[in-house]
Design a protein around this ligand. Structure first.
Ligand code: NDP
Ligand code: OXD
Length: 318
């Protein structure tokens, strides 16, 4: 019986060795192997802990019982038609949630407090004093009220922003105006000055951040034009539409952590767009300590015959 670790992710902050060390230290009952260095017998692999494994690889382990994804998003895994039909468990740990909330709050505040304008003024040695509006004048809309979106929405509401959230099924979150489904999307967008995107990439959400959606955002807010912050997945966004919307004023600014192609190619116009803030898919890194503890606890519980937590619904895609 073996736990095989398969960690890839070109251009992301993934390095395999810390995962092996941590799993080997914590998991006493199951031997740990690291793909592709170690070559355990395929029949011995009972668990895998993975980030973007090569498509087809997991189907070569005939006795696989559980796939543990080492991140929250499972889009890359469920896109593999050969993925074995065994439980797929995603990460849901407060360490990851808090990292994402830091990112969201940082970038909401950056746009709200016009920090990029102040940075430019400093470089030009200008005593520029833009109007300083209250958080209570700004409407933030969080797309996705899951593990990550709920916490970001809650902290933003406690900072005083008017916060609404949008999800697939109706949610109730104290202090947050909750909208659900495509029918309620227009009303959610129409009251949103800063849109924070934390939905998973699924067939339903692919390309949802497009010209039509941008035109539906509020145009009467204190920022002058709406702002989009996407830390979900690059496949949610139509990048040509983002550039066009920034150029014609439909959007005032964007913060993007995720892209259709990662790393973002050097020639991409978003790199140098004056209204774009670009980060390298590092809004919320999976910490080997926190995530290993979570996976080990799940394996131990599973071995005792207890149910797995946070199992992905393959039909929904998240
Ligand atoms: P969850 O699965 O916990 O929550 C997803 C939320 O999105 C739920 O509220 C869900 O609705 C909603 N949703 C899904 N599909 C739709 C739809 N078609 N229409 C409306 N709402 C929808 O995910 P997490 O919060 O844990 O993570 C969200 C995403 O963040 C991940 O999938 C991943 O892509 C991304 N991520 C990015 C990171 C980064 O560093 N940039 C790090 C970690 C995650 P409902 O509540 O009804 O189910
Ligand atoms: C994740 C990510 O999904 O890091 O966890 O993108």
């Amino acid at each position: 019986m073996t736990l095989l670790i398969v960690v890839q992710g070109a251009g992301e902050n993934w390095s395999a060795e810390p995962w092996r060390q941590r799993f080997a230290a914590r998991l006493k009952s199951v031997p740990v192997a690291l793909w592709p260095k170690d070559t355990p017998a395929p029949e011995s692999v009972r668990y895998v802990a993975v980030w973007k494994p090569p498509p087809g690889l997991l189907g070569t382990f005939p006795n696989l019982e559980v796939i543990f994804n080492l991140g929250a998003g499972v889009d890359a895994l469920v896109a593999d038609a050969t993925l074995p039909d065994v439980p797929l468990v995603r990460v849901a740990v407060s360490d990851l949630t808090k990292r994402m909330t830091e990112y969201v709050v940082l970038h909401v505040l950056m746009h709200h407090r016009q920090q990029r304008r102040l940075d430019a003024a400093q470089r030009a040695k200008q005593w520029d004093t833009p109007d300083q509006r209250a958080a209570s004048a700004v409407r933030v809309g969080v797309m996705g009220l899951g593990e990550l979106g709920r916490d970001s929405a809650d902290v933003l509401a406690r900072l005083g922003f008017q916060v609404a959230g949008w999800s697939r099924s109706k949610r109730e979150v104290p202090g947050i105006d909750c909208y659900a489904g495509m029918d309620e999307l227009p009303a959610f967008l129409a009251r949103t000055d800063i849109l924070v995107v934390l939905v998973p990439l699924t067939p339903e959400t692919n390309g949802i951040l497009n010209a039509s959606l941008f035109r539906q955002l509020a145009r009467n807010g204190p920022l002058g034009a709406p702002v989009v912050i996407n830390a979900g997945r690059g496949g949610l966004q139509v990048e040509d539409d983002i550039v066009a919307a920034l150029n014609d004023g439909t959007l005032g600014a964007v913060t993007l952590d995720v892209f259709n192609t990662e790393p973002l190619p050097a020639e991409h116009p978003l790199w140098s767009h004056p209204k774009a803030t670009i980060t390298p898919h590092n809004a919320a890194d999976s910490d080997p300590e926190a995530v290993t503890d979570y996976v080990v606890a799940q394996i131990e519980a599973f071995e005792r015959g207890e149910p797995l937590q946070n199992v992905v619904d393959r039909v929904r895609g998240y």
